[in-house]
Design a binder for this molecule. Structure first.
Ligand SMILES: [Zn+2]
Length: 393
């Protein structure tokens, strides 16, 4: 009995092997002269001529299908979406196209539609293709990119949550969900729906505890209602990402414009001044100098002496600015911010760690390389300092 059963399985396996074994395509290696002529046009950047030859060849020679796929991709990269669409639609119009090649052409066509801004058509193809298990992940990733462009955050969250992988488009799943929630929160805030904004930012924080953005949002939302809570969120944000310390310090000191909050702000600045891993921050020195006394400020700056000559220069310059005897005591904070503005531009430049894109606004999604959370704030002084270090090395 087992013997017969074994033979049946063996026969089935052998039949399946022969059924699915890739056929040797004899025509694949037999290219005609026209094909080489077309290839030559591509190499000489004469894609128009190549395109005509390949289109003519496509009807007679199935071996050029992959070349067409490559050519279509090439056109898309060059921004000639109409030509890319035409090539891929041409391929799809072949009645004898195998399923796998058809899927490949559809995938490319959906990418063309996305690039051309025809999002509905792109979405439809990607959704259908994602039903095939081999296309599920790649199509889901493309759909996520599409929803990021169209700002359909709920749809993006749904896809991310349904995928059983840890990373999507080179980002952790939790990080993506938290960013999408922060986007939704930001929309609520702009519509003055503060309670909803707070709730969604808290959800983002819960789904990804390292989410700096949700902490900054909560700090901002609470800044006019509960300064102590706002300060706590800002402090937690510095702990999560110290490269944002100067940027956040600026916001913290901004809270002291209302004199009622002075003591809470001072406590927070003092606590931050004790964080050993931070570099010298002029805002802290100037704030301590005006809000407390010169000795406390100098005690703070002394901790950084001898670390680095550029930092030394920053400390000395900060002391010179702060030592201005003419400062009128009553408008201490304004004067402090003004003098700081004069010497070190308070405006931050946001630099993408991944592609080097510079912007005057903080982009959580880099418009150049499409990565999340890769931009960090730099002062003019940071940029000069980094250059100086590079020159010295
Ligand atoms: Zn970038």
């Amino acid at each position: 009995m087992y013997y017969i059963f074994g033979i049946i399985i063996l026969v089935a396996v052998i039949s399946l092997y022969y059924y699915f074994k890739p056929e040797k395509k004899v025509t694949k290696d037999v290219f005609n002269a026209e094909y080489y002529r077309g290839l030559n046009y591509i190499l000489n950047n004469q894609e128009d001529r190549a395109f005509k030859i390949f289109t003519a060849l496509m009807d007679v020679d199935s071996s050029t299908i992959e070349t067409h796929l490559a050519l279509g991709g090439l056109y898309r990269k060059r921004g000639e979406f109409d030509k890319a669409i035409l090539i891929h639609q041409n391929l799809l119009s072949r009645p004898t196209l195998e399923q796998e090649l058809k899927n490949q052409a559809l995938y490319e066509l959906a990418k063309d539609f996305h690039s051309a801004g025809l999002y509905d058509r792109s979405e439809k193809i990607f959704k259908n293709l994602s039903e095939f298990s081999s296309y599920n992940l790649s199509c889901s990733e493309e759909l996520i990119k599409l929803y990021e462009v169209t700002k359909d955050w709920d749809a993006a969250i749904e896809i991310v949550n349904n995928l059983k992988v840890d990373e999507i488009n080179n980002h952790k799943k939790d990080l993506l969900v938290s960013q999408y929630l922060c986007e939704i929160s930001s929309d609520h805030y702009e519509n003055s729906e503060i309670e909803r904004a707070v709730a969604v930012s808290k959800k983002a924080q819960k789904s990804y505890p390292d989410c700096l953005r949700s902490l900054l949002q909560l700090a901002e939302y609470y800044s006019s209602r509960d300064v102590k809570l706002s300060l706590q969120y800002y402090y937690n944000a510095i702990i999560i990402d110290e490269s944002f310390a100067k940027y956040i310090l600026n916001k913290i000191i901004g809270l002291s414009k209302n004199s009622e909050n002075d003591s809470s702000v001072l406590d927070t600045v003092n606590t931050i001044s004790e964080i050993k891993s931070l570099t010298f921050i002029p805002d802290i020195f100037i704030y301590l100098f005006y809000q407390l006394d010169k000795e406390t400020a100098l005690r703070y700056s002394d901790k950084f002496r001898g670390n680095d000559e550029f930092e030394e220069f920053l400390i000395n310059s900060t002391i010179v600015i702060s030592g201005n005897e003419d400062i009128v005591k009553t408008s201490m904070i304004e004067t402090m911010l003004d003098s700081y503005k004069k010497i070190f531009s308070k405006d931050f430049l946001f630099l993408c760690k991944s592609c080097g894109y510079k912007s005057t606004v903080l982009n959580w999604l880099c418009p150049s390389c499409n990565n999340w959370c890769t931009s960090s704030p730099k002062t003019t002084f940071d940029l000069i300092g980094a250059n100086a270090k590079n020159v010295r090395q």
